[in-house]
Design a protein around this ligand. Sequence first.
Ligand code: HEC
Length: 108
Amino acid sequence: MKKLVAAATFGLAVAVSAAMAADGKALFASKGCAACHQATVDTVGPSLKKIAEAYKGKEAELIKFLKGEGKAIVDPAKFSVMQPQLNTTKSMSDEELKALAEYMLQAK
Ligand code: HEC
C-alpha cells in the first residue's frame, strides 16, 4: 500500500528508477528462491555456487532459463521441482531477471 501511494505521488520517474535499481539478492529472498537454494550447500535445489559455476559467462542463457526458454543444465533430473518456480520468474521484468541473474552469478 505504502509503495502504491509513493508511486502515485512521485509518478513514473520513481517507478522507473526503482526497476533499474532492482536488487537481485532481495528478489531472490522475496520470490522464495532461498527456500531451496543456499549459498554453498546443496539442499532441495543446487547451491548458488553450483549454479554460478554452470552459468559462468552465460548470463544471457541463465536469463533464458528463468524465462522458461532454456534447458536445465545443473541438475536436469530434478527439473520437475524447479519447473513450477519458472511461473514466478516468467512474470518478472527484464530488469528484475537481470538483477536476479547477476546476483546468482556472483555466488562463490
Ligand atoms: C521448491 C524448491 C525450489 C525453489 C523454490 C526454487 N528452486 Fe531453483 N531449483 C530447484 C531444483 C530442485 C533445481 C535443480 C533442477 C534444475 O537444474 O533445473 C533448481 C535449479 C535452478 C537453477 C539451475 C537451472 C539449470 O540450468 O539447471 C536456477 C538458475 C534456479 N533454480 C533458480 C531459481 C530461482 C531464481 C528461484 C526463485 C524464483 C528458484 N530457483 C526457486 C528447486 C527450487
